[in-house]
Design a protein around this ligand. Structure first.
Ligand SMILES: [Zn+2]
Length: 181
């Protein structure tokens, strides 16, 4: 699984994490294919927001409700570990209910903030390839599928034309029918 963030989006994540400290920040990442188009910070309504995060359900529902209209999809969630590393806690793993989403974590333990992304499927954690600041490549990376579709259409079309041409040539090469008596 891949996730592309722009530098601005990554710094939005870090800034939200720093701004919410000592609480955990949280929010969602929406976009197209594997490229984020928007980082949406949401309220952390956990009873103990210093050690936990819980995204406000209503806020989440209203974000999800406008995804289709904006032609984007939910790519993932993010939250911060104000004093930890960007690695999912056992609670993060237990509460990950979206197996296709990327769970981005901002770790603020060290002077240099760290970001990592994870895919959590029914208790199994896999690292997501997180690309930051490769938006030029990102734009390209969403193209090949469309291009190859267009290419395959072009190939099919030229194959069909070649076939028609072959038939026309074959017919024109047929010996003339014998003259009728
Ligand atoms: Zn966590």
């Amino acid at each position: 699984m891949q996730l592309y963030l722009t530098r601005e989006q990554a710094s939005t994540l870090i800034q939200d994490a720093q701004h919410q400290t000592p609480n955990e920040a949280c929010g969602v990442i929406v976009g197209r294919n594997t490229s984020a188009t928007e980082i949406i910070p949401l309220p952390n309504i956990a009873q103990d927001p210093i050690h936990h995060y819980r995204i406000d359900d209503r806020a989440l529902v209203s974000v999800l409700a406008r995804l289709e209209q904006d032609r984007v999809s939910l790519l993932g969630f993010y939250h911060s570990h104000p004093e930890g590393e960007p690695i999912p806690s056992s609670e993060d793993i237990r509460h990950a209910h979206y197996p296709d989403a990327a769970y981005v974590i901002v770790g603020l333990r060290d002077a240099q903030p760290a970001i990592a992304a994870w895919q959590i499927q029914h208790g199994t954690v896999q690292r997501v390839d997180l690309h930051i600041g490769l938006i030029g490549l990102t734009a390209v990376s969403s193209e090949p599928e469309q291009m190859s579709q267009a290419q395959s259409v072009a190939i099919l079309l030229s194959a069909a034309l070649a076939f028609v041409f072959l038939i026309v040539v074959a017919l024109s090469l047929l010996p003339a029918p014998p003259p009728l008596p």
